[in-house]
Design a protein around this ligand. Structure first.
Ligand code: CA
Length: 228
C-alpha cells in the first residue's frame, strides 16, 4: 500500500513517514501542495494524507484540483483547526476523513487503516470467481486466461451476477437493474433468457466447469465448484 504524505512541516512529515513505514506502508513525502499534486497525478497512490495549511496552494485547493482531475484516491486531511466550517469545507472539497492537529499517531494509523479498507471494497474493480476475472474499469473479461468477447449487455449482466455471486438473481432483478425496465412481463423475460443463453455459450461452453446456473422458476446464479 502506497501512501503519499503532503505536509510542509518537515519534522512532522518525517515522523509520520517513519511511523507509517514501521507499519508496513510505502511512504512518499511532498513538502508543498504543488509537489503533492504532481505526485498524486503521476503515480499510483492508495491513500493521500494531506495537510490543509500549506504554503502556496493550500490543501483544500489541491484536493479540489485532484478531484476535478478525476483522482479518486481516498484523502485524509490534516487540519489545525477543529471548526465545523473547516470540516464542511474539507468534506465538500472531496476529503474522505480528517484529523485535527495535534493528533496521536495511533489515531492516524487507525484512520489510515479504515480508509484503505473502505477504498478496497468500494473501489473494487476486478471481480473474480474461480478462473473467471472481470476488470470492470478496463471492461475486460477473461476466463482461464482467455479473453471473452462480450457485448455491452452481456458484460453488464455478468458484472451484476459477479456482484451477487452465490445468490440467486431473478429475472425481475435483471430487468430492473440491468435493463432498467420499469415494466416486467413476458417480452422482457424472453429477452433476458436469450441474453443469458448467449452469455452462457461464451462463458461456460468452452470450459470444463459451469459457473452460470439456472435456478428453475426463480432465476440464475453464478457460483463456483460445480462440474459441468
Ligand atoms: Ca502545514
Amino acid at each position: 500500500m502506497r501512501i503519499l504524505v503532503v505536509e510542509d512541516e518537515r519534522k512532522l512529515a518525517g515522523a509520520v513517514q517513519k511511523g507509517l513505514e514501521a507499519d508496513g506502508y510505502a511512504v512518499q513525502l511532498a513538502h508543498s501542495g504543488e509537489d503533492g499534486f504532481y505526485l498524486a497525478t503521476t503515480q499510483p497512490v492508495d491513500l493521500l494524507v494531506l495537510d490543509v495549511m500549506l504554503p502556496g496552494r493550500d490543501g483544500l485547493e489541491i484536493l479540489a484540483a485532484l478531484r476535478q482531475h478525476g483522482v479518486t484516491t481516498p484523502v485524509l486531511l490534516l487540519t489545525a483547526k477543529d471548526t465545523v466550517d473547516d470540516r464542511v469545507r474539507g468534506l465538500d472539497a472531496g476529503a474522505d476523513d480528517y484529523l485535527v492537529k495535534p493528533f496521536a499517531f495511533p489515531e492516524l494509523l487507525a484512520r489510515v487503516r479504515a480508509l484503505l479498507r473502505r477504498g478496497r471494497t468500494e473501489g473494487e474493480t476486478v471481480l473474480r470467481l474461480e478462473d473467471l476475472e472481470m476488470d470492470v474499469a478496463r471492461r475486460l473479461v477473461q476466463r482461464g486466461g482467455r479473453a471473452l468477447e462480450l457485448t455491452a449487455r452481456e458484460f453488464e449482466m455478468l458484472e451484476y451476477l459477479l456482484r451477487h455471486v452465490g445468490h440467486v438473481v431473478s429475472r425481475e432483478m435483471l430487468a430492473r437493474d440491468v435493463w432498467k425496465a420499469t415494466l416486467r412481463g413476458t417480452p422482457i423475460d424472453n429477452v433476458i433468457d436469450v441474453h443469458v443463453a448467449r452469455l452462457r455459450r461464451k462463458l461456460d461452453d468452452p470450459f470444463g466447469r459451469k459457473l452460470l446456473q439456472t435456478v428453475r422458476g426463480v432465476g440464475f446464479t453464478l457460483r463456483g465448484g460445480d462440474a459441468a
